[in-house]
Design a protein around this ligand. Structure first.
Ligand SMILES: *Cc1c(COP(=O)(O)O)cnc(C)c1O
Length: 413
């Protein structure tokens, strides 16, 4: 059994178990055993090469992890030798990056929004625009998250147009008990045409704490970690620093989207409100482990030090087109005549910057070879367009170009 393809990746005890099940089912032919090995191996978390050109690919874990993540100290204050909090250092770094007094890290952005509603509005009301009571991929539904937090949702305005006055009326109505205004960036959903949304500074003038779920986690619209002006594809993306500067009391966002870090969520803003979230009993159930904190610390430090190449997502997104093209040319040349260089468009992905593409270059060859590429030792995920297999090199790390070459040669064989 050890000699079967991919069996070497499974622990011995698993192979024994698969063999026993096959025997119990009365079919221990090689194809049956192989398919049970494949099913098991397919379900494992594994290294893959992302050739789809979707830089933040939800099925491939959104932003890639930094290569250097290794966990060390967890909850020890190295100054006093006493127990510390794993949140202290990362909270400060995020505060500097986003221009926030304070910041807190939880497991994901859904947890961040729920914790904010629970800590600031339990048993009271949260005002949300009807145009922002949305569902975002993976069943994050704003009304349900608020209901589960113990707060009550108050619908404000209409689906396409909501003004500051609509919030004012909700706050002033008889018996109102609005503890929080929650504004949600609709991310991958767009209402076009006859629409209106209040500015954050108008909401901030209403006298109720304002939390803005910006979702994608762009830390600063000026992208100081990049050389030159912010890229055009970021134009409509809300950013943490500018949202807080406009008067939001809190922002929440995912750290595995445009921040480029591991899966986590951030609550950043006024220290007193962040502290209420940190002290809430739900926090214990939502706190991330030290591996995540360390990966996030590596990411935020690289952005603060202006080393975008050390954050895999930003390295991909900002690689000059010419550099991507020369990689594609080199790769195509080593694959032979069947493989040609093509101009393509990458997508930021993960619901970030919807409708905006990033110019890119890839390689393409005739036929749908996506299955053969997924069956390689390190699976390569390609896209198939008009009967051709396309691998976009912007979402492939340059160190993996040789691996992609080998995969194409084996798929074409
Ligand atoms: C992505 C997103 C979420 C969900 O974030 P997770 O980190 O996946 O929990 C919530 N709100 C907005 C606006 C988003 O874009």
């Amino acid at each position: 059994m050890r000699d079967l393809p991919r069996a070497g990746r499974l622990p011995h005890a698993v192979l024994v178990d698969l063999a026993r099940s096959a025997i119990a089912a009365g079919d221990w032919s090689e194809p049956t055993i192989q398919s049970s090995i494949d099913r098991f191996a397919d379900a494992l978390v594994t290294e893959v090469v992302n050739g789809t050109g979707v830089l933040l690919h939800t099925n491939l874990g959104r932003a890639p992890l930094p290569a250097s993540v290794r966990s060390r100290t967890v909850e020890l204050d190295l100054g006093t030798g006493r127990r510390g909090s794993r949140q202290t250092g990362i909270g400060r770094l995020l505060g500097v990056l986003c221009g926030a007094e304070s910041a807190l890290v939880v497991n994901n952005n859904a947890a961040a929004v729920m914790l904010v509603a629970a800590a600031l509005a339990d048993g009271r009301e949260v005002a949300v625009s009807r145009g922002e009571a949305v569902e975002i991929g993976g069943a994050f539904r704003v009304p349900e998250v608020i209901e589960r937090s113990g707060a009550r949702l108050v619908d404000v305005g209409t689906t396409n147009r909501t003004r500051a006055d609509d919030y004012r009326r909700a706050i002033g109505r008889p018996g109102a008990d609005i503890a929080l205004i929650l504004s949600v960036h609709p991310s991958n959903y767009r209402i076009e045409g006859f629409t209106e949304r209040p500015e954050v500074r108008e909401l901030a003038a209403l006298g109720v704490p304002v939390a803005v779920d910006i979702g994608s986690g762009l830390a600063d619209a000026d992208t100081p970690w990049l050389d030159g002006a912010p890229p055009a594809w970021l134009a409509d993306e809300p950013a943490a620093r500018q949202t807080l500067a406009a008067g939001a009391d809190l922002v929440t966002f995912s750290t595995d989207k445009l921040l480029g870090g591991p899966q986590a969520g951030v609550i950043a803003g006024r220290a007193e409100l962040v502290a209420k979230c940190a002290q809430h009993p739900l926090m214990r159930a939502m706190r991330p482990g030290s591996l995540v904190i360390e990966a996030l610390q590596t990411t935020v430090t690289a952005l603060l030090d202006r080393r975008p190449d050390d954050v895999a997502f930003w390295a991909m997104a900002s690689m000059p087109l010419d550099a991507v093209r020369s990689r594609a040319e080199r790769l195509a040349a080593s694959c032979g005549d069947a493989v040609e260089v093509v101009e393509v468009e990458s997508l930021p992905g993960a619901g970030s910057a919807p409708g905006r593409g990033i110019a890119s270059v890839g390689v393409s060859f005739d036929g749908d070879h996506s299955v053969a590429l997924r069956r390689c030792e390190v699976p390569v995920i390609a896209r198939v367009e008009s009967g051709r297999t396309v691998i976009d090199l912007r979402s492939v790390a340059p160190a993996d170009d040789e691996l992609v070459t080998a995969a194409i040669l084996s798929a074409l064989r």
